[in-house]
Design a protein around this ligand. Structure first.
Ligand code: BES
Ligand code: ZN
Ligand code: ZN
Length: 491
């Protein structure tokens, strides 16, 4: 999909599909609608009026004119939301347009960029290009791409010359973020037999512009990461690795530590999951995938921050060497942990990754993890849980997420529940009671974070989708790549 930006007359462009947008109830005064109406001898207005088209959110109507080649006009309703929500509608509409174009076998698509009050042109073009490109994602490692599938060759954005530079900035940004999201989705969608800890390390070590170290099992043992190693015990076929990535620009304003849960398959260990719950557990490295994908963009994004990114990659398997419920392990920090449920393994890997990362003396820590089923219960599939010890950091992350349509919602780091993690024989146990599982998981992590400003994002819901939106497909979503791009750009 090659992007072009032109100040041109859309009725005269040689293209297969033209897309025009209107906000709710404004289409009659929209100059683009008027122009097309004149061009098509009143057909547009007559039809839209007859069909009571209101330009409500996601409302659409296609006009197909015979000819050689045929011309299709797609009119789309933005509805009446404003701000970030409006941009999310635009992202979805752009994706819908691409899917529709593919259905029409259209290879050249033209978007007439809408002008939205109080929204910068680069934000409009960013959301539009992002939605359009994300919609073209497919995962074809294990089956051939269907022959009838259509590749969009060019996507032309029509906009006044005065806005062209700003529009181009947005499109460039979308090209970058979508590349990251595609990488994250590929890593998540690849089954655990092929996306092992070592393979994940290989992917990371190929990334340009950042320094990467992949620590082997022996090195992890030397580091005394007993909590992380405990999880890896049952996985004798696929040993763990600790992936360490570093981006260090000159004059960095801050030092940020990113940690992504990288359990390449979560069987639950001896606390074995039931079959249905295990079906999608190759996605338990989604956070790692997003962190690695983000690092793959770093050289081109060139943010003014130093970034350390860590992934404690392992499987969680139940063989004869596996951790038993009731076993006590000693974390790198020296805290002992009674493991009562081997399926609460994510926090064990993260605890040691945090301890390892603290040696880098970060100004702030963001950890991301498909950590608890409880988060799905609390917030559903679309919202990530957001916890931590720093309100400002949480607010900033949430704002960045809203901007790109990756939503998070705060849950309290309720110290009242801390006592649930008390063990009679060790410093901590790895599970709390039956309720508030997302909170007790975060409280467990807090024991390792100390006073450093920290945000914990539980992405168990939005990292994977069975009900894809227009710009998603069934499987991994690459959630957090775009939010983090936004966040790092703020410094
Ligand atoms: N990886 C799972 C969490 C998960 C569940 C992610 C569903 C995505 C979808 C995690 O390791 C886990 O199994 N957590 C347990 C914790 C419990 C034993 C305290 C859970 O949520 O049941
Ligand atoms: Zn688990
Ligand atoms: Zn897990």
């Amino acid at each position: 999909m090659k992007w072009l930006i032109q100040d041109t007359e859309p009725t005269q462009v040689k293209t297969d599909l033209v897309v025009i947008f209107a906000e709710q109830n404004t289409w009659e005064t929209n100059p683009h609608f008027q122009k097309w109406n004149t061009f098509l001898q009143n057909l547009v207005f007559e039809t839209l009026k007859k069909e009571k088209f209101k330009a409500k959110e996601m409302e659409s109507r296609t006009f197909t004119m015979a000819g050689k080649p045929a011309l299709n006009l797609l009119v789309l309703g933005i509805g009446e939301k404003k701000g970030d929500d409006q941009l999310q509608i635009l992202r979805r509409l752009a994706a819908k347009s691409v899917k529709l174009a593919q259905g029409l076998k259209a290879t050249h698509i033209t978007f007439v960029l809408p002008e939205l009050a109080n929204v910068a042109a680069h934000d409009i073009s960013y959301s539009l290009a992002e939605g359009a490109k994300l919609a073209t994602y497919g995962f074809y490692r294990y089956k051939k791409k269907p022959e009838e599938s259509v590749e969009i060759e060019t996507a032309l954005i029509v906009t006044p010359q005065a806005l062209a530079a700003s529009v181009e900035t947005g499109v460039k940004k979308a090209e970058l973020t979508t590349e990251g999201v595609f990488l994250a989705r590929d890593l998540i969608n690849t089954p655990a037999c092929d996306m092992t800890p070592i393979e994940l390390g290989k992917v990371a070590s190929k990334i340009k512009g950042v320094s990467v170290k992949v620590h082997s099992l022996a090195e992890i043992q030397k580091l005394k990461m007993g909590s992380f190693l405990g999880v890896a015990l049952g996985s004798t076929q696929n040993p763990p690795v600790l992936i360490e990535m570093h981006y260090a620009p000159k004059n960095a304003k801050k030092k940020i530590l990113l940690i992504g849960k990288g359990v390449t398959f979560d069987s639950g260990g001896l606390s074995l999951k039931p079959p249905k719950s295990m079906e999608t557990m190759k996605d338990d490295m989604s956070a790692a995938a997003s962190v690695i994908a983000l690092m793959s963009l770093m050289e081109r994004l060139s943010p003014n921050v130093e970034v350390w990114a860590l992934v404690a990659a392992t499987e969680n398997m139940p063989d004869g060497h596996a951790l038993r419920p009731g076993d006590v392990i000693t974390s790198m920090k020296g805290k002992t942990i009674e493991v009562l449920n081997t399926d609460a393994e994510g926090r064990l890997t993260l605890a040691d990754a945090i301890e390892f990362g603290l040696e880098k003396k970060p100004d702030l820590i963001i950890d991301m993890a498909t950590l608890t089923g409880a988060c799905l219960v609390a917030l559903g599939q679309l919202y990530a849980g957001l916890l931590g010890n720093d309100q400002k950091l949480a607010d900033e992350l949430m704002a960045c997420g809203n901007k790109v349509g990756e939503k998070m919602w705060p849950l309290p780091l309720a110290e009242e529940y801390k006592e649930e993690l008390k063990s009679p024989i060790a410093d901590l146990k790895n599970v709390g009671g039956s309720y508030g599982g997302t909170i007790t998981a975060a409280l467990f992590l807090q024991e390792f974070v100390g006073k450093t400003p920290w945000a914990h994002i539980d992405i168990a819901g939005p990292s994977w989708t069975e009900k894809p939106r227009e710009y998603e497909t069934v499987g991994g979503t690459g959630f957090m790549v775009r939010t983090l791009v936004e966040f790092l750009g703020k410094f």
